[in-house]
Design a protein. Structure first.
Ligand SMILES: [Ca+2]
Ligand SMILES: [Ca+2]
Length: 186
């Protein structure tokens, strides 16, 4: 099997094989964010500190794998899992808890930048376009391994305080003016 894995700053791709009672499978690709609970604990631990191109055999005891129960039809109970893996790719992620960050100083007239049609309100489409443009230009960064549209929608909703589908200049505030808000705001 092949995994594609994300750590904070990491995308991994690796080969996996289940070796239990003669069962082996190969050739799948996974996208994984390390530390997010997408893989069993043993795999998460086993993947730490890997470098691109590195190969590892990770042996996972049941209590760090699928436990006594196993997975119905896939992994027998109390299975020891053996994974032959290779890290093929690493993608930079964001600091713990962040879904979007700026790579550079935010422009002071950010609201005007986003409000492209200058009607005094930012709609989701304008907002999404702006974020994507910034990300494409390397000025901002979305957390890898997550649905970008979802992240952007959440950011938008955080700013749209009265939930009317648009962000006004009054609603729009920079993160450093509001230290207690969630991390995926602007
Ligand atoms: Ca507008
Ligand atoms: Ca609003």
């Amino acid at each position: 099997m092949e995994f594609r894995v994300y750590q904070h700053e990491v995308q991994l791709q690796f080969l996996e094989s289940f070796l239990h009672e003669g069962e082996m499978r190969y050739g799948k690709t996974y996208n994984i964010v390390l530390g997010s609970g997408q893989v069993v604990i043993g795999m998460d631990l086993g993947l730490r500190e890997m470098c691109v191109g590195e190969k590892r055999t990770i042996i996972i005891p049941p209590h760090l794998g699928y436990g006594e129960a196993g997975v119905d039809g896939e992994v027998p109970g109390s299975a020891v899992l053996v994974f032959d893996i290779e890290l093929l790719e690493l993608v930079a992620g964001l600091p713990e808890g962040y879904m979007f960050i700026w790579n550079e100083e935010v422009l002071p007239d950010l609201f005007k930048q986003i409000d492209k049609d200058e009607n005094g309100a930012i709609f989701l489409e304008e907002f999404s376009d702006y974020i994507h443009t910034q990300v494409d230009a390397g000025k901002g960064k979305l957390a890898p391994g997550f649905d970008a549209a979802k992240i952007i929608e959440n950011m938008f909703k955080n700013q749209d305080r009265n939930n009317d589908g648009k962000i006004t200049a009054e609603e729009f505030k920079l993160k450093d003016q509001e230290p207690n808000k969630t991390h995926d705001e602007l």
